[in-house]
Design a protein around this ligand. Structure first.
Ligand code: SF4
Ligand code: SF4
Length: 145
């Protein structure tokens, strides 16, 4: 599975970032996530904008994921469903995965011990939070081709 973006419908509102952050917060409550939790959770989707063009950037859960092959510790791995996941406990913050990802979909989490951070397709949810909350249906969850 992966999330597909339709740039035609993305208006750059950044609600995907907001709801991704909330989903990865401790409380999963929008007010608490933004105003009470410290350190604040991180969004794993990032909106890129250039004039009228905007799109949400996140992990493509590649069939042959460069990040997984580059990771020395096994922190970056593909699960039995083909989802590329990151285990922060095994991460040593070497940033090899960031350097090899062709989409720039991995970011640094430097809130404490330095580790990588990326989309996990919201485990426990049928529909990832960004997909559910996009007001324009610019994001869709699709089966890997
Ligand atoms: S992080 Fe990048 S290289 Fe790894 S699976 Fe996602 S898109 Fe592919
Ligand atoms: S930063 Fe972490 S996940 Fe990325 S390659 Fe290094 S150990 Fe693996």
């Amino acid at each position: 599975m992966k999330i597909q973006i339709n740039e035609e419908f993305c208006i750059g509102c950044r609600l995907c970032e907001v709801y991704c952050l909330v989903e990865h917060s401790q409380s999963k409550d929008i007010v608490k996530a933004f105003k009470r939790e410290a350190p604040r959770a991180l969004a794993r989707v990032h909106v890129e904008e250039n004039g009228p063009v905007s799109f949400a950037l996140q992990c493509r859960h590649c069939n042959t994921p460069s990040c997984v092959y580059a990771c020395l510790t096994g922190a970056m791995h593909k699960d039995e469903n083909g989802v590329v996941l990151h285990n922060p406990d095994r991460c040593i913050g070497c940033w090899s995965c960031i350097m090899v990802c062709p989409f720039g979909a991995i970011t640094r989490d430097e809130r404490g011990r330095k580790v990588a951070s990326k989309c996990d397709l919201c485990p426990g949810r049928t529909t990832p939070s960004c997909v559910e909350h996009c007001p324009n249906e610019a994001l869709t969850l699709v089966a890997e081709a």
